[in-house]
Design a protein around this ligand. Structure first.
Ligand SMILES: *[C@@H]1O[C@H](CO)[C@@H](O)[C@H](O)[C@H]1NC(C)=O
Ligand SMILES: *[C@@H]1O[C@H](CO)[C@@H](O)[C@H](O)[C@H]1NC(C)=O
Ligand SMILES: *[C@@H]1O[C@H](CO)[C@@H](O)[C@H](O)[C@H]1NC(C)=O
Ligand SMILES: *[C@@H]1O[C@H](CO)[C@@H](O)[C@H](O)[C@H]1NC(C)=O
Ligand SMILES: *[C@@H]1O[C@H](CO)[C@@H](O)[C@H](O)[C@H]1NC(C)=O
Ligand SMILES: *[C@@H]1O[C@H](CO)[C@@H](O)[C@H](O)[C@H]1NC(C)=O
Ligand SMILES: *[C@@H]1O[C@H](CO)[C@@H](O)[C@H](O)[C@H]1NC(C)=O
Ligand SMILES: *[C@@H]1O[C@H](CO)[C@@H](O)[C@H](O)[C@H]1NC(C)=O
Length: 381
């Protein structure tokens, strides 16, 4: 599977471009569609030692090159600069080796031709012919080159509410392109006594390296419900146990795709109604008043051994085609035991004798148009 992941990674290639949105960066900074970072080059010149403190004073940090894609971007970004800016890459004078500020080593291919030269233990970015790193004396006066992570997660993090039963959420930039380097938290809340079902569809996200983790409560300290992509399986549906759920959309530093659209629904957390004995009756919730949207109510009837169940519906008014009462010839819900799928205003009177001693029924309503519902009784024979 790791092979498959790597292959997918190569096939996806790095050809996708994020839609530019200048508003993601603070004023004066430039958003790179290719790296998803904000960049700025200082107008003033300074020594190497002054460059990182300068960047930090304006909310960023000094740039070093972490991908060839960034190198291409920097070539473009610094093309009008007369003096090459500092990069956060220095030579360890006792070992002679070069390190970025995070202790990684710059790739050989990131150096300009003939570099690193022997003159200088600090690196600047040479933008013209053969772009790349260039060894420079650390006391030399050059511009600072800074970058910072833009505010790419949505500013809205809370969705739903105590009277919301459904909604949709989409990834930043959907359906064009989401961004790299994301770690965005989303929280959904639904009315009391409901639980939340979630479906991520479409879900067009880089395999394995970008994913969504889902938690059974308002933030990531609650129990982990699963992930959309564990490297083996893709999963697009999740269900909370209570009336809030949260998830994190996490993306790595390269390759993005169209993103995802989440549709969520609140379902009534009502326990099934179970009846046994010789006879009984039940109604839809709230009957004879209208049932609620997104109701899902199960009814189980069990007759004594040797008897059958005769079900008679005396009143029945449901939204045609969208709200239904399903009748199952079994002690459980299953497509193979469905014997009637009742809907609309003209079902009653309706009567049916179960060939076995079990009847299961399920009432379901959708988001819109609520009706009076139904009333029925049953008797053994
Ligand atoms: C951004 O990436 C695209 C595709 O890889 C490339 O064609 C383009 O030249 C890059 N632009 C910059 C400014 O790096
Ligand atoms: C240079 O490398 C040596 C040996 O690895 C290490 O002990 C030293 O701390 C390094 N110097 C700097 C300034 O990082
Ligand atoms: C998680 O949510 C709970 C309940 O709302 C809250 O008490 C807690 O502080 C939150 N934790 C974090 C890390 O946000
Ligand atoms: C479900 O959430 C409610 C708050 O809306 C809380 O009072 C209740 O304890 C939770 N139930 C469970 C089983 O966690
Ligand atoms: C319904 O069952 C009860 C016992 O649970 C019984 O007393 C009553 O006569 C039954 N009604 C009919 C109509 O069979
Ligand atoms: C089921 O009960 C209804 C109402 O009591 C009755 O009209 C119908 O004939 C019964 N069905 C069977 C098959 O006995
Ligand atoms: C029941 O009927 C409705 C439309 O009337 C349909 O949407 C639904 O899929 C049916 N359910 C089953 C289980 O066949
Ligand atoms: C109902 O279930 C019984 C027992 O499984 C079976 O014999 C019978 O054929 C079923 N009837 C219908 C209408 O599905």
């Amino acid at each position: 599977m790791i092979c498959a992941v790597v292959t997918a990674l190569l096939l996806a290639s790095a050809t996708q471009v994020v839609t530019a949105d200048v508003n993601h960066c603070p004023s004066g900074w430039t958003f790179s569609t290719n790296t998803s970072f904000c960049y700025i080059q200082s107008p003033q010149y300074m020594t190497y030692a002054e460059a990182d403190p300068f960047c930090q004073s304006i909310g960023g940090s000094q740039v070093f090159i972490f991908t060839s894609r960034e190198l291409t971007w920097l070539t473009d970004f610094t093309s009008s600069s007369l003096v090459p800016p500092w990069l956060a890459t220095t030579r360890n004078t006792s070992t002679g080796k070069w390190y970025n500020s995070d202790n990684t080593t710059p790739l050989l291919s990131y150096w300009s031709i003939g570099e690193p030269g022997i003159n200088g233990d600090c690196a600047t970015f040479k933008g013209t012919s053969s772009p790349g790193l260039k060894a420079t004396q650390c006391y030399s006066m050059q511009p600072a080159l800074c970058k910072q992570m833009p505010a790419l997660c949505p500013t809205q993090t809370n969705y739903g509410g105590s009277s919301s039963r459904s909604g949709t959420i989409q990834s930043p930039g959907y359906p064009t392109q989401y961004y790299n380097n994301l770690n965005c938290l989303y929280t959904i809340t639904s009315p009391p006594n409901t639980y939340i079902t979630m479906l991520f569809s479409p879900y067009v996200v880089e395999d394995y390296f970008d994913y969504i983790n889902v938690y059974d409560g308002p933030n990531a300290t609650y129990p982990y419900l699963g992930t959309t992509d564990d490297g083996y399986w893709l999963r697009d549906d999740f269900e909370s146990s209570n009336n809030s759920v949260s998830f994190k959309f996490i993306t790595d530093k390269i390759i993005t795709d169209k993103g995802w659209l989440l549709t969520w629904n609140a379902k009534s957390n009502t326990p099934p109604i179970k009846q046994t004995g010789q006879n009984g009756s039940f109604t839809s919730p709230n009957y004879p008043n209208n049932y609620d949207p997104y109701t899902e109510q199960l009814y189980y009837i069990t007759a004594p051994v040797g008897f059958q169940v005769n079900v008679t519906i005396t009143d029945f008014v449901l939204e045609q085609n969208y709200d239904v009462l399903e009748v199952y010839n079994a002690s459980y819900v299953s497509a193979s035991t469905l014997i009637a799928n009742l809907t609309g205003p003209s079902v009653a009177p309706w009567s049916w004798l179960s060939p076995s001693r079990y009847v299961t029924m399920r009432f379901k309503s959708d988001a819109i148009v609520q009706k009076k519902g139904f009333s029925l009784f049953w008797i053994i024979q």
